[in-house]
Every structure is written in C-alpha cells, then in structure tokens.
Ligand binder design. Structure first.
Ligand code: NAP
Length: 298
C-alpha cells in the first residue's frame, strides 16, 4: 500500500515542486491543498481533512514568507508561522501522523566561524526568522513524530526567486549590482523533494525524527550565484547583461535585516539517511539546464 500524504500550501514554490514531481506522486498517495482549500490557521479545516483522510504524513509547505513585509505584519506572520504550526503539531499527535515542516537559515545570525549545526543556539534578527523559530519550538514541544527541515535561499521552477530574477534581468539590463557580503547556500526545490522522497521511504525513519539542515554542500554569495548564471547565459541571443558588480548589502535599502552568514552544515542529514548531497553549483547548473530546455534559446 502506498503511504498516504497530505501536502498543505500546495501553490507555493515548494508545494508546486511536490505537486508536479512525477516520481513523488507516483510513489505515494498524495492529496494537495492550497490556501483556498485549507487555511492552516483554521483548525476546523485541518481537523476535517485529517479525520477524513487519515494521512501517515502531512507536509506543511504553507508559510508566511515575505521577509520584508513581516516587519510590519508581525501578527500575520506569527499566526501562520507559529500559532498555526502549534495546531498542526497538536493534531499530528491526535491523528497519529508524521509532520514534515520547513524552517529557515534565518533562525541564525550570530557568527561561530563555521556553518551552523542543528543544535547551535538560535538568534533570529528579523520578524520572519523569529516566527519561524517559534514554529520550530511548537513542533518540538507538541508533536511526537516530526521532521523539521531547515532550508535556505530556496529557488526552483515555480514562484519568484533569486535565480529567476537574475535570468529575467539578464534579458533587459546591461549592468546590475549584486550583494556579495551575504554568504549562504541556495537550495533547489527539486533537490528538497528528491531527498524527502528518499527520507520518507527510509526503513529506519521512526528512529530518526528531529531537526535537520537540508541544504546543498558548499557556500556562496548572491554575487557568486549571479556570476554562475551569467556565465551560462552570456552566449545567448537574449542575454543583454554585460557586467555584474559586487556590492555590500548597504547598497540596497531593506526593512528587514539579513544575517551576513547563514550557511547550514548538512553533515547530520547525510549521515543519518545515507544521502549523497552535492555542491550548490551542481543543483544550480541542473536548474539552468532545465531553463535552457524550456526557452530553446541557444
Ligand atoms: N523561499 C525561501 O527562500 C525559503 C528559505 C528558507 C525557508 N523557507 C521555508 O520553506 C517553506 C516553503 O516556502 P516557499 O518558498 O514555497 O514559500 P511560498 O512560495 O511563499 O509558499 C508559501 C505558500 O503558503 C501559502 N500560505 C500562506 N498562508 C497560508 C495559510 N494560512 N494557509 C494555507 N496556506 C498558506 C501561500 O499562499 P499565498 O501565496 O496565497 O499567500 C503560499 O502558497 C516555508 O516554510 C518557508 O518558510 C523558504
């Protein structure tokens, strides 16, 4: 029998990657719900669906993710990222499912001179990071069977993200400035879905619940990402971009602070689930190959 999985927040960039991943939907019995169908802040809507469908796993891709707006919409961000997650955690116990939830590198900001491990002390420096940190705590406190995956700088085929912005700018601008003093690890939605597929299928899952950093290996700046993209695109007819200049974060005015270093150490997830995780540039190149296929612009 295929495992029954409910995916919430199905129209976000990660939710859609699950929804349209052929291997994933072939292997499991999946139900997808977007915000119009289930609002995760409404406990009665959640409870109805769990009662009717008896899932073994619930993957929560729903979140308040606007880092800038969160600074002025703290209650909204807290409602989705913290209070609703508490409901999900409590319901996971009541209906006996494993909750899979996503958190962020933005729970960290203090520098240890090395990538962050799962047990490092958290220190979010913006409201989004704070609400995601509180959501993690709710799951740890109220759920029994859970996997929290900390991911960072997420990109993929669906929704808005940094690599897609650079691709788009390359078609209209000759010069752009890109921040070079924030260091992290860009995480592909396709990589996330493929690895979660493996993890859900793992025979010893019930001995390995907990928090895991789920990012590629290596580290880079936003500037490094844009340089790799430019290298791949510059021979194309549609590419107008000639120069990318590295700049410091203070060249762009933002409402929310971002950590200057938020690289996550992925050793624990690799060891626990015996995963082969490659460097960030491998996944970004793979993404660019797919973009190539779509645009046929050689
Ligand atoms: N994007 C990143 O760089 C990044 C980095 C680290 C961690 N993460 C985490 O990764 C997860 C997936 O993020 P993502 O990039 O896929 O974000 P996303 O594209 O913004 O998707 C989030 C989805 O959640 C939905 N949603 C918001 N409030 C809801 C509610 N009350 N009930 C049901 N659905 C609701 C949104 O719907 P609407 O669009 O209608 O609001 C949207 O479809 C999140 O937990 C996020 O915190 C993301």
């Amino acid at each position: 029998m295929k495992k029954k999985i409910i995916i919430l927040g199905a129209s976000g960039q990660l939710g859609k990657e699950f929804k349209y991943n052929k291997e994933f939907i072939k292997s499991f019995s999946c139900s997808f719900y977007d915000r119009n169908e289930i609002d995760i802040s409404k406990i009665s809507e959640l409870e109805n669906i769990f009662k009717n469908e008896c899932p073994q796993f619930v993957i929560n891709c729903a979140a308040y993710t606007d880092v800038e707006k969160a600074e002025s919409e703290k209650d909204k961000a807290n409602s989705v990222n913290n209070l609703s997650v508490k409901n999900l955690a409590m319901l996971s116990k009541k209906y006996n499912f494993t909750i899979i939830h996503f958190s962020t590198d933005y729970v960290f900001s203090k520098l240890y001179g090395r990538p962050f491990t799962e047990t490092d002390k958290k220190s979010p420096i913006n409201i989004y990071g704070e609400t995601k940190h509180l959501g993690e705590e709710q799951i740890v406190k109220f759920a029994e069977k859970f996997l929290i995956f900390r991911i960072s700088w997420v990109y993929g085929e669906w929704g808005k993200n940094f690599p897609k912005t650079i691709i788009s700018l390359s078609r209209s601008k000759k010069k752009i400035d890109v921040v070079s003093d924030q260091i992290g690890s860009p995480t592909s939605t396709l990589m996330i879905v493929c690895l979660i597929h493996r993890i859900i299928s793992s025979p010893n899952l019930d001995k390995n619940y907990g928090i895991y950093n789920l990012t590629p290996s290596g580290q880079c700046s936003w500037f490094d990402i844009s340089e790799l993209i430019h290298k791949r695109l510059r021979s194309k007819k549609s590419c107008k971009l000639e120069t990318i200049s590295p700049v410091n974060s203070d060249a762009f005015e933002t409402i929310a602070k971002r950590p200057s270093y938020s690289v996550l150490d992925n050793s624990l997830i690799k060891k626990t689930f015996n995963l082969d995780i490659k460097d960030w540039s491998f996944y970004l190149n793979h993404f660019l190959d797919k973009v190539d296929e779509q645009y046929h612009d050689k």
